[in-house]
Design a protein around this ligand. Structure first.
Ligand SMILES: [Ca+2]
Length: 388
């Protein structure tokens, strides 16, 4: 989670996934990094106890020990397990400038037949949990399914880096050449150690993305501490294996970031033809800032449903390389989705994947129902969605 631009850019700018893992913005970091981890742990040039011998790491261990009442030596011993990963330092670098964004290309990476099929399977397998999360947090199942599908392809791409290694590398050896985010990663390293301790797990056993995002929903450690929930009540939070915790945590995250039940995410819109008016509407970016009437008065064309919408809207522009951009009018709920990953490309991909999975699932269910009806089932029987 947390850095949609990077995800968008990685996927847009690079056809080769391994080369594609670079970050675009200075904010936050996600994983969907998908299968890029296997090559991460080259032992070459990584002296044992490299980090434990460094003064700043020793100081960091002392700070953590003081702040949390831990044993300083034991804390340093844990940090000493961390290995420097040159690959992580490479992957965190922004892509070369000058490549055009392309919504159509980005979308097609996610909304495609194999991922739709995997999404339907995930939904069918977790129908009860999704319904419970929807009831409890007011977040639609389709959105949860969309997020998990974009983040990790339903658990297929969890990332294979040791999170302790990745976060130590980015905390103490953040590469020069881009804005320094080492303070952010040090706080994530701290959060990892707090969470691991709470769970009774060794931090060095936890795997994730090159930026330290963990599990099916790719939560950064600080997000786990703040927003993950023990949705099955077993006393643990496990985002790597426990689907109740995965689904509940995604829904809780969105609710905590302003998701409003029943509010649409966006409406269709044609932007003003007048350049100055268009620029004015685009200025706040994805932050909903204009009423539907204010948009219309500047020349944007909205349908009736959008014109009836009472809350603020954002004119969101998604570039399509050299072709005409795509525009949507995003509501506060669209903005909520961008809190998961700071990108309109990410948000729209999540929303559209979720909707397509839902439609695909309904179609499959209808087909199943029809074929079963032709057999022995009474005409009014509810179509089954599984195993037909
Ligand atoms: Ca649990």
């Amino acid at each position: 989670m947390t850095d949609g631009f990077s995800k968008a850019w990685r996927l847009i700018r690079n056809r080769t996934p391994r080369r594609a893992l670079t970050l675009m913005t200075a904010m936050a970091f996600t994983a969907s990094g998908a299968g890029h981890a296997a090559e991460s742990n080259h032992p070459a040039n990584q002296p044992a106890n490299h980090y434990g011998q460094r003064e700043e790491v020793q100081r960091f261990a002392e700070e953590l020990a003081q702040r949390h009442g831990w044993d300083a030596q034991a804390t340093l011993r844990t940090l000493s397990q961390a290995r420097h990963l040159p690959r992580v330092a490479q992957l965190i670098m922004p892509p070369p400038a000058g490549t055009a964004k392309n919504w159509a290309a980005y979308r097609s990476r996610f909304v495609e037949p194999k991922r739709l099929k995997a999404g339907v399977e995930f939904w069918n397998e977790n129908e009860r949990l999704l319904r419970r999360a929807e009831r409890h947090y007011g977040v639609p199942a389709s959105l949860i399914v969309g997020i998990i599908g974009v983040e990790t392809y339903y658990g297929r791409h969890l990332g294979g880096f040791r999170v302790l290694d990745a976060l130590a590398t980015l905390s103490f050896d953040f590469p020069s050449g881009r804005s320094d985010r080492s303070a952010f990663f040090r706080s994530e390293l701290e959060a990892l150690m707090v969470w691991a301790r709470r769970e009774g797990r060794a931090p060095q056993d936890i795997k994730g993305s090159y930026a330290g995002a963990i599990g099916w929903p790719q939560f950064m450690p600080s997000s786990i501490l703040r927003h993950a929930v023990d949705f099955d009540g077993d006393g643990h939070i496990n985002l790597e294996r426990n689907m109740a915790d995965v689904i509940g945590s995604v829904a809780h995250f969105l609710k905590a970031h302003g998701w409003t039940p029943g509010l649409p995410t966006h409406f269709a819109v044609d932007p003003p033809l007048d350049e100055a008016a268009r620029a004015e509407l685009l200025a706040p970016d994805i932050v909903p800032s204009f009423s539907a009437q204010e948009m219309a008065s500047r020349g944007a064309v909205l349908n009736e449903r959008a014109l009836d919408h009472e809350g603020p809207l954002a004119l969101v522009m998604l570039e399509n390389g050299g072709a005409a951009p795509t525009y949507v009018a995003g509501t506060r709920n669209f903005y909520s989705v961008t809190r998961y990953n700071w990108s309109s490309y990410y948000a729209l991909a999540v929303i559209e994947l979720g909707r397509e999975v839902q439609a695909h699932r309904a179609k499959t269910a209808a087909a199943c129902g029809a074929s079963t009806e032709a057999g022995r089932r009474p005409p009014n029987a509810t179509p089954r969605t599984k195993g037909c």
